[in-house]
Design a protein. Structure first.
Length: 661
């Protein structure tokens, strides 16, 4: 055992513990006070028990000690000795916070707040002592009905290799009741032949007390695949059955049904079909598939010059390669996809705590939590969504009195919604609050000297909210109102090649819509040619293409030009001018105009030719060269040339600023 390096299992333990704490928090938030269902209580208990067991195995004694208190309180709830109150839920949520902080510190993070640990530990101990008189009665009735269990524990010889210690298992059993343990050493070889890393012993345990079979199996949860386990109820003597009915005076408030064990077993069988893989390995695989896509495109490009009759089988093989490459690409990309619930799940707790702090009644609804999004996008969208939810809590939703006076439901609602639309995911943060005040926003904008276009549309006014430092709040709170959030939200969304829009109805509420690409690695684009150069335009930004007629393009003051399309004048950007390159067509009437849209605004770009649509692998230009205005990245074409990917949002913003000036 001394030669086993348990540290190599630490990261897995921390990851699983964080997932367990998230599950505990989510379950606690949906717990019905006074009517807690057995399945939810079992889920919370199992998570706490697993964290305690893992912490004890890996030597994190402080974590194990704290979670033992937490587990004891949960065991009393689970066994029906204690009714769940709102105070209990609050205490358990604080315990989750403390456990999370202790694990973060054990993982090399910031130092844990020892005062907070001591304070919550004292609260847990006090909660356990408060019900000690009740706890003394109920177990007696349970013990009378079920005197105990016979357990046969035969570890596999290699159990030590995974860091598991049978002695820890036996100590855990002893905590469940009165354990009589007998060791079977018949398989133990002579000392000279014994290998220290092998386990040769097995045990028989008679466990007496009020625990159920599910609790016993939980003790063996970490070693169930590394041992033979037989559990059998001990026979109940006839003269002990009658007294059990006399204990009915202490009726349990919550009964945990035996069926609670089935979901646990189903989940374990599901977990056995998955493995943990580091994101660096997945990213490397995605990069290799990206190179395969480029190589396949090169082969396809070369094949266009071959005689289709003489090379029929080769072309058929290339067609099959194209199909299989795309299927492989989609399969590999799916390994980075996570449900958006990974972000949504953090908000119930935040809404609950801030609603109590603000003195408001607020209900959070989530729709489309299973919608999948690239892991990299999920990690970077969490902060913007947090800003938006906090703003809805503080500014969007009225207080209870104001809502009643307005004839609205006293409880305000915030809705988080996610859905796929084409190659994008659309996330909405909607509230049924007071809505935005157009005149107040305009007044604040003029007061701060912001550029406001004459006769601004509603969309123009709502965009003022994203100006740095902009806020209409009368008071600055620690929730929001400092004006340092919405501009950051917009920058973060744009950094993900996304778009953000606001719609509102006074007195009815506000909806902020974020549109993001499903992945940051692959792009469906339109290839356009200017002279000898090829550019990629994101297909989702393309509105239409046209060849302008004489008189359709107008020149304004200076060199600025606009094109009239169905009574709408759009700014015209000639790519040959923007990037200082040669073009076949200088006059717009000789070229082709591609109309692009982003953030509710449009721009027309002038190109020589539309090459076609294709899926491209995005490469970072900034990481390998430097940032280029109007360019979001680059890709390698089938003929080996590098094509720049246009940043449509930046082009639109640039021409919008020029028009406003």
């Amino acid at each position: 055992m001394s030669n086993i390096d348990l540290s190599r299992f630490h990261q897995t333990f921390f990851e699983e513990s964080r997932e367990g704490l998230d599950a505990m928090e989510s379950a606690l938030l949906r717990l019905d006070v006074g009517q807690a269902d057995a399945e939810t209580i079992n889920l919370i208990f199992r998570a706490a028990h697993s964290i305690k067991g893992g912490a004890g195995t890996f030597g994190f004694t402080a974590v194990a000690g704290f979670t033992h208190l937490l587990e004891t309180l949960l065991e009393r709830v689970r066994s029906g000795q204690r009714q769940v109150s709102q105070a209990d839920v609050d205490l358990l949520l604080r315990s989750v916070d403390v456990t999370r902080a202790m694990l973060r510190a054990a993982d090399g993070g910031d130092a844990v707040d020892l005062d907070a640990v001591a304070r919550v530990s004292a609260e847990l101990e006090q909660a356990l002592e408060l019900r000690s008189t009740v706890a003394a009665v109920a177990p007696a009735a349970v013990a009378a009905a079920a005197p105990g269990w016979s357990i046969r524990f035969l570890p596999k010889s290699e159990i030590f290799a995974s860091g598991n210690d049978p002695l820890r298992i036996l100590r855990e059993l002893d905590r469940l009741g009165e354990a009589c343990i007998a060791c079977d050493s018949v398989a133990l070889p002579p000392l000279a032949q014994a290998l220290p890393e092998r386990c040769y012993l097995s045990w028989t345990v008679e466990l007496r007390g009020g625990c159920d079979e599910a609790a016993i199996r939980e003790v063996f949860a970490w070693v169930e695949d590394e041992c033979e386990l037989h559990i059998q109820a001990l026979a109940v003597p006839q003269d002990e059955v009658a007294p059990a009915s006399s204990a009915k005076a202490e009726k349990p408030v919550l009964r945990v049904v035996e069926g609670g064990r089935e979901p646990m077993q189903e989940r374990r069988s599901g977990e056995s079909g998955s493995i943990r893989v580091g994101t660096d390995k997945i990213d490397a695989l995605i990069n290799l598939v990206g190179e395969l896509v480029i190589t396949q495109a090169m082969l396809q490009q070369t094949a266009t010059s071959l005689d289709p009759v003489l090379n029929e089988k080769l072309l058929q093989g290339l067609s099959l390669l194209d199909r299989n490459t795309r299927m492989l690409q989609e399969a590999v990309m799916s390994t980075r996809m996570l449900p958006v619930d990974a972000v949504f799940s953090r908000f119930p707790r935040m809404v609950r705590d801030l609603a109590a702090k603000l003195g408001k009644q607020i209900r959070l609804e989530t729709v489309g939590e299973g919608t999948e999004l690239d892991k990299g996008v999920i990690e970077r969208i969490a902060d913007p969504l947090t800003h938006l939810v906090r703003n809805s809590l503080d500014h969007g939703l009225e207080g209870t009195g104001q809502r009643i006076a307005a004839g609205k439901d006293p409880t305000g609602t915030i809705t988080l919604r996610a859905a796929h639309q084409g190659g994008h995911i659309v996330i909405e943060v909607r509230d049924d609050g007071r809505g935005l005040d157009r005149e107040r926003i305009l007044s604040k904008a003029l007061e701060r000297g912001l550029a406001v276009p004459p006769n601004p549309s509603d969309a123009d006014v709502w965009q003022l909210i994203f100006a740095p430092g902009f806020s209409t709040a009368e008071q600055v709170t620690d929730v929001s109102g400092r004006g340092v959030g919405m501009d950051v939200v917009k920058k973060n969304v744009q950094a993900l090649s996304g778009q953000i829009e606001i719609s509102t109805t006074p007195g009815r509420g506000t909806c902020v819509t974020i549109r993001l690409p499903l992945t940051l690695a692959i792009l469906d684009g339109m290839s356009v040619r200017v002279g000898d150069d090829v550019f990629i335009v994101p297909l989702n930004c393309v509105v239409e293409s046209l060849q302008p007629q004489p008189g359709q393009v107008k020149t304004l003051t200076g060199d600025a030009r606009v094109v009239k399309v169905r009574n709408e004048y759009l700014p015209l950007a000639a790519l040959y001018e923007l990037f200082s390159i040669r073009a076949d067509a200088i006059e717009p009437e000789r070229g082709i105009l591609v109309l692009l849209e982003s953030e509710g605004r449009k721009v027309a770009i002038q190109v020589d030719e539309l090459v076609g649509q294709q899926q491209v692998v995005i490469k970072s230009l900034e990481a390998n060269y430097r940032r280029v205005h109007g360019v979001s990245g680059a890709t390698i074409l089938g003929d080996g040339r590098v094509a720049l990917i246009l940043d449509v949002a930046e082009l639109v913003r640039g021409y919008a600023r020029a028009a406003a000036a």
